[in-house]
Ligand binder design. Sequence first.
Ligand code: FCB
Length: 465
Amino acid sequence: MTEHVFPDDFVWGSATAAYQIEGAAREDGRGPSIWDTYSHTPGRTLNGDTGDVAADHYHRWREDLGHIADLGLDAYRFSISWPRVQPGGSGQFNRAGLDFYSRLVDGLLERGVRPVATMYHWDLPQELEDAGGWAVRDTALRFQEYAAGIVEALGDRVHTWTTFNEPWCSAYLGYASGVHAPGRTEPAAALAAVHHLNLAHGLAGRVVRELAPAAQLSVTLNLHVIRPASDSAADLDAVRRIDALANRAFLGPMLQGAYPADLLADTAAVTDWSFVREGDESTIAVPLDVLGVNYYSSTLVRAWDGLSPRSDADGHGKSAASAWVAADGVEFLPQPGPYTAMGWNIDPDAFTELLLRLHREYPGQPLMITENGAAFDDVVGPDGVIQDDRRIDYLHRHIAAVAQARAGGADVRGYFLWSLLDNFEWGYGYDRRFGIIRVDYDTQVRTWKQSAHWYRRLIATGRLG
Ligand code: FCB
């Protein structure tokens, strides 16, 4: 492979999320979130796993800061648990919760690591879901209030504020296919959720601009690279339709101040979009310092012939209800391998393609890779070594793909590896391990996998050999 050299100011980071690592689900005044409720509902997660204890980061954060420093990370992306800092999702803030994040941020700064805070990585306070969740407008207003509380408390000690992680998942997996919390299967509610998440992003973005003008503002999207099974007009139209739901439903209002007309037309039988009020789209279009991109694998679609069983291999979990609203005429085809332990195909070329597309369509918009990584079944050797060569190979190929996109002009400023630690992988519980640091869930002992050593060397040299 060719050697790629990254500049000194390229940001090397790693990422986690609150519910996936913190545990301490009922401590120090934390309220319940939709993920507590969902994971405690029988049948929802693999083996009935919950985030009650997770990687116990709430108690072991000092040790984890040590790993972050030893790896030499320039930046660390974590998320703030809304129900930990504002238990009911409105009104009173919880001092103990805010103090936890304040100590974490100070600890990062003391070690010369930039704090990158995500305001929302899927853990909506349960009380707000009981009042309608993201399907109702009021939740966006509550989010604005929450954002003001955390930005006031942490301000510009946080280098980059990220409003949302993957609103696509919150809306469609949470409210259409139901494979994520709150587990609803209501297509119209899913589209309303798309809008209220977008609106909340715009409102919170304006809070950051006002209260922490020195901080950077971003959002993280899981953009899909969608390939057609053939170049027939029907297959190309399937790509267009899925691209509207997956990508342009967010990119449109956020970067261009309007929902795409084809999205509204495609979904007209489900909703008239009357929840979009005058002025909302310009609120959503708050200028972003960086657009965060999460990438794992690619998507292959075909127009369904209506006769053969419809293939639904979209990689987003099994459900009788589809995540793809008003797209019954589209099928998702299994992809050629190799695959990770998630069953996701490994396709680094699609990563380059995605970054070059963003560069072409949104010129001048700086980009940041906010997640990329892989789950594999790790084996602890008799000597205690975890020789995770397949993970290293995956990372190598995808970081090379980033270098290639940069060479093609894409303004990619940094790369955050998912994930620092093995953690609670949502519906898959503790079964799927994404960490470069292994967590033994019986003892909570952390052990560096070979990929962690590999990443440390890459960060130190900036050279991908
Ligand atoms: C992303 C999520 C993250 C993690 C990875 C594997 O969709 O943002 O929390 O689960 O996938």
